[in-house]
Design a protein around this ligand. Sequence first.
Ligand SMILES: [Zn+2]
Length: 283
Amino acid sequence: MMRPRLARIGMLAAALAVAGPLRAADPAEAVRLYALDCGHATSKDGGFLSDTGEYDGKPLAVVVPCFLIRHSKGTLLWDTGLSDRVAESPNGVDQEGIHMSMPKSLAGQLKDLGLSADDVTYLAFSHLHFDHTSNANAFAGATTWLMNGTDLKWALGTPTPFGVDPASFSAYSKAKTKMIEGDYDVFGDGAVRILKTPGHTPGHQVLLLQLRKAGTVILSGDLYHLRDNRKFRRIPTFNSSRAETLASIDRIERIVKNRKARFVVQHDPKDFAALPKFPAYLE
Ligand SMILES: [Zn+2]
């Protein structure tokens, strides 16, 4: 009995989803979290994800999501993924032993929601490694960049740190920016908060969301890359500080426990697959 009705609701939702421009000017009432597929990366040797050797010589596959948070006061894009140029190559691209692919561009996914780059109110990065900053320069118009000063200083240092591509976020110098250090409440109501978690990089941060139905959700950035790294407290070889990473893990795991939060390891394929498939969202 319910099936046709649900199907009709599904069609209505799909129709609304393509009625883009209206949606762009009509911000969602409740906070919504969209998980966008901003790429996939594989390597024959995932050894760099643990400095205690568990992944040495073993293949690795990660996802590279971007997250769009819609709030009544605006829209936040959290991380910008691999470059949309990767999406132009049907077979993906290879770079320094890493194979990267992207089924659809970030710009294309925003368009599916009726959004252009200028509809993104705020842009923030968990940290400034290239797989979190590619496409950033597309947001140099109306978007305000929430830049972590410590990470920016580190990423612009000489020599360029491993994993950083300064050209991928160079538009920060002409974009509207707000420099932040430490915790930051994006919309001022506690619903979307950036939390300081240094260690992977000096200015690394995670995102805490308070959603109406889903409760507290925490997006990991690269506090962990895999569920197993969380379970066994494995630390990547290239983190800026092992000690700071462990201290950040201690902080966030206490918050997870205290708020019974859902924790999302951004690069973990299973955690990504467990989120509503875009354009569906968590609220
Ligand atoms: Zn990453």
